[in-house]
Design a protein around this ligand. Structure first.
Ligand SMILES: [Zn+2]
Length: 90
């Protein structure tokens, strides 16, 4: 069961209405997006940001290796094309 917390906008101090199951709420006064601080929401927010950082990490690795993969793929199809030419000659 989520803990009862008084949720106030950190920007303008207006009370925020907390909807069960959501952990990002938008302040209707100043449009700030706020993270809810219930135990459950906090855990979900942490997991989400951890998953996002793993995703960014994998994107970084992909950006790093993709040019190399494409280079090798190019060489391989070059080599295969050469092989086909040899076969055709024989
Ligand atoms: Zn606000």
């Amino acid at each position: 069961m989520p803990e009862a917390v008084a949720v106030r906008c950190p920007s303008c101090g207006a009370p925020l209405s907390q909807t069960e199951g959501t952990f990002i709420v938008k302040c209707s006064f100043c449009d700030s997006e706020c993270r809810l601080v219930s135990k459950e929401a906090g855990a979900q927010a942490r997991e989400t940001s951890e998953l996002f950082s793993r995703m960014r990490e994998s994107e970084r690795i992909e950006a790093e290796v993709r040019p190399r993969i494409e280079e090798l793929n190019g060489k391989m199809s070059g080599a295969l094309a050469e092989g086909d030419k040899e076969k055709a000659v024989r």
